[in-house]
Design a protein around this ligand. Structure first.
Ligand SMILES: [Zn+2]
Ligand SMILES: [Zn+2]
Length: 125
């Protein structure tokens, strides 16, 4: 799967290089954290795929976006995914999953390296 790059606007150059399935939270049934990379302009970012099946069909149930996390956050995330024995298992209890599955006080997943006001770019095929 490849997407339009939000930085250079080239079609189909942004690819998911690695990903990890995370536990469901107060909002979403499926959460996947991904690292995306553009082969054209070398833009690298974290991306999130979230799917919720709890609300009515009128709601936007799928969210897929990337955000320009700091380089050290991207590198740390890559190392965490690399050290997980089974990144496709959302129920994995390894140290990497514990680190990436953190929740805030309302039970919402804490998006790694995402800060208030940071730009989010919807991923488009
Ligand atoms: Zn690009
Ligand atoms: Zn794991």
């Amino acid at each position: 799967m490849s997407f339009k790059c939000p930085q250079c606007s080239t079609n189909k150059t942004l690819r998911i290089v690695t990903s990890i399935e995370l536990a469901s939270d107060a909002r979403s049934d499926e959460i996947t954290l991904q690292i995306v990379y553009c082969s054209s302009c070398k833009f690298e970012a974290l991306a999130v795929y979230e799917e919720s099946r709890r609300y009515s069909l009128s709601c936007d149930a799928v969210d897929h976006y990337c955000y320009p996390a700091a380089l050290n956050t991207i590198q740390a995330t890559r190392a965490l995914i690399h050290h997980c024995p089974d990144p496709k298992d959302a129920g994995c209890q390894c140290a990497s999953h514990v680190e990436l599955n953190q929740r805030d006080s309302s039970g919402r997943w804490i998006t790694p390296g995402f800060e208030n006001g940071m730009e989010r770019y919807r991923l488009e095929l």
